[in-house]
Design a protein around this ligand. Structure first.
Ligand code: ZN
Ligand code: ZN
Length: 454
């Protein structure tokens, strides 16, 4: 069945009124199923239609192209759909059925530029147009796809998000040495300034690369908790915000970053004004899109977690949890985890880090709660895609070992309990044996100190 094509309101209006699309064409971002369409030549607007480079488009939609130099005609083929068009000609056809183009294909800097909407339509993509951004989102499903990128910054956090309306968001910016890489990553995956930038708390592994990002990419809205730090990285970040004339909104429970008919981004912590640990100031963010929810916890520890769950009615259930504080045992209490109950957990952590993150007790607990654990130190950058219903995790290096490895717990020769590896009660025991959790539960009960099953 042919999918309903959503009318591109502004483009339609501009056709009727004879004026062209107001936004500068080079500012347009095109996203296809959650991925940015990076092109060497910027899209152009012709007769109110967006023309984009044929080669980049065909690669992104996995279509075959055939170019005929003699008559400058183009054939595009995908899944039994056969599209014909030619440079400078309004006549085109889809599966032999002739159609007239409002904007014929053109040559720009040696690149064949083709009308995006016509091709998307012919290939049964749904099209969403966001005039404000401006961006065009093509979706092979009913709704546009959002993507959440847990960028591998070693020991630190940085999460880049392409929202379902083409807006972009960055939560944290890794370490100072990650700045350049983050700048390149964001430029390869979007166009123009970020819409939202959150610095969860002023630790160097979260705000380190932000000065570079703010200077080179910029952001329209800044959020950070009301706590300062007399470190150079913090000063550098503030200087760059000041340089671009940015204003900062205090991140605290109840602040709504965005809420519209498609999605909402809400800050649910910090709930207090002062904490002993800087980590507890972390902005904790709930992102809801359709039936799917993502919870980003920064480095929030149990103090903040307990404040969040103290509200018994608060719905903090999420499908994806960005595990707090790099999987440290200071965070992700059983009580908090039972309320979030994530099917997917992401731990942003550095290989062989000196903190021994993540804690084995935390990864064990996540698995016991039925959460699949994804770690940046093992998998590199981890991306989650959702159209509000579906949820798909993609990594460049899906490691089969970690996903299929059985959960291991530890028992002593004479003991009746099973423990996590770092449980203090078995530290001095000589005869500690590793057994699978599956076997352990048949003969042993969970230790009440390390609470491996809690
Ligand atoms: Zn951290
Ligand atoms: Zn921290």
């Amino acid at each position: 069945m042919r999918k309903r094509i959503f009318i591109v309101v502004l483009i339609l209006l501009s056709l009727l009124s004879g004026i062209s699309v107001t936004a500068e064409s080079r500012d347009f971002s095109v996203y296809i199923d959650g991925d940015y369409l990076k092109t060497d030549v910027s899209p152009i607007v012709s007769s109110g239609r967006l023309l984009i480079p044929l080669r980049a488009l065909s690669e992104a939609v996995h279509a075959e192209i055939r170019w005929n130099e003699a008559d400058k005609s183009i054939e595009l083929k995908k899944d039994g759909t056969d599209i014909h068009l030619a440079i400078g000609k309004a006549q085109a056809s889809v599966n032999g059925k002739p159609t007239l183009l409002d904007a014929p294909p053109e040559i720009e800097d040696g690149n064949a530029m083709v009308p995006l909407r016509f091709i998307a339509d012919a290939l049964s993509y749904n099209i969403y147009y966001n005039e404000e951004k401006p961006s065009v989102l093509l979706s092979s499903g009913e709704n546009p796809t959002m993507s959440v990128h847990f960028i591998d910054v070693g020991q630190g956090d940085s999460i880049f998000i392409i929202l379902p309306d083409g807006k972009t968001m960055l939560i944290d910016g890794g370490n100072p040495e990650n700045g350049k890489m983050l700048e390149e990553y964001i430029k390869a995956n979007s166009n123009g300034a970020l819409d939202y930038l959150v610095a969860t708390h002023p630790h160097a592994d979260h705000i380190g690369g932000l000065a570079d990002v703010i200077k080179e990419i910029g952001a329209d809205n800044f959020y950070m908790p009301k706590i300062t730090s007399n470190t150079l990285v913090f000063e550098n970040m503030l200087t760059e915000i000041k340089n671009i004339g940015g204003s900062i909104t205090a991140a605290k429970a109840g602040v709504v970053i965005d809420k519209n008919d498609k999605y909402s981004i809400e800050i649910i912590a910090p709930k207090s004004d002062t904490y002993k640990s800087l980590n507890d100031y972390s902005a904790v963010i709930m992102l809801t899109y359709g039936n799917r929810r993502f919870l980003f916890t920064g480095d929030a520890e149990k103090v903040s977690e307990n404040e969040i769950i103290a509200d018994k009615k608060a719905d903090i259930k999420a499908d994806v949890l960005k595990v707090g504080h790099h999987g440290s045992k200071t965070s992700t209490s059983a009580a908090f985890l039972s309320r979030v109950n994530p099917s997917v957990s992401v731990i942003s952590v550095g290989k062989d880090n000196t903190y021994d993150h993540p804690s084995e007790a935390v990864t064990a607990r996540l698995k016991l709660y039925g959460s699949e654990v994804f770690r940046t130190d093992i998998l590199g950058t981890i991306k989650a895609y959702s159209d509000g219903d579906t949820l798909e995790i993609r990594t460049d290096a899906l490691s089969p070992e970690i996903e299929s490895a059985p959960l291991i717990v530890y028992v002593t020769k004479s003991g009746k309990k099973y423990h996590t590896k770092d449980c203090p009660t078995i530290k001095s025991s000589k005869n500690v044996t590793a057994v699978s959790f599956e076997d352990a539960v048949k003969k042993y009960s969970p230790c009440s100190v390390c609470k491996p099953a809690a």
